[in-house]
Design a protein. Structure first.
Length: 199
């Protein structure tokens, strides 16, 4: 049986009666996905909508774990070059996958705040150190550093991290981070916060 997703045709090996999973498309018809933009890739995952705990999110994470690193670079660039629905959430997924490739054990964060949950974008751990990650597509707006510091404090209170063996990493989409750097330097969080650019 051949299944068609958009203009992609594959013969699924597993989900004979349902939609073809994005990972299966990659494994069976990789050449048909290689030229697709990241927004198109997300549309192929689950219902195409990134949600906390959603099928599209799970499929996208599995897919990103398989693609070569050059694809992550390309997908990040697409998130930054043109805004599309949930491009910030998509960038969060790419950044967390990069963390995994750098050797960190990564806990994926939430997309949207929910009562009783801690709103970090990612929690990266290596040996005895933890990094609370916040991903921003731009530094055009002032960042509330106290909110991110509060995520860190709550994680420590919950026993997920040790405050003295943790820090905060802000990953900004674009290279010009001067305003945010100045904001961090002038804050009480300067010793605990680091800033890098996706560019």
């Amino acid at each position: 049986m051949t299944t068609q997703v958009g203009r992609i045709r594959v013969s699924p090996t597993r989900q004979e009666d349902g939609p073809v999973a994005l990972v299966d498309l990659w494994r069976e018809a990789r050449e048909q996905l290689e030229d697709k933009g990241f927004q198109q890739i997300i549309a192929f995952a689950g219902d195409g909508k990134l949600r906390d705990g959603g099928a599209a999110t799970d499929e996208l994470r599995s897919f990103l774990s398989l693609v070569p690193t050059d694809y992550l670079r390309r997908y990040a660039a697409e998130c930054l070059a043109k805004s599309f629905p949930d491009s910030g959430l998509a960038l969060q997924e790419v950044v967390n996958q990069i963390g995994r490739r750098l050797g960190f054990s990564v806990v994926d964060g939430r997309y949207r705040g929910a009562k009783g949950s801690i709103g970090f974008d990612g929690l990266w751990k290596v040996r005895d150190h933890a990094i609370v990650v916040e991903v921003k597509t731009t530094d055009a707006y002032r960042l509330d550093l106290s909110t991110i510091a509060e995520y860190r404090r709550k994680l420590a209170n919950d026993g997920a991290i040790v405050i003295d063996h943790s820090s905060i990493l802000i990953v900004v989409g674009r290279e010009d981070t001067g305003d945010l750097e100045a904001q961090i330097r002038g804050s009480k969080y300067a010793w605990d916060v680091r800033l890098i650019s996706v560019d």
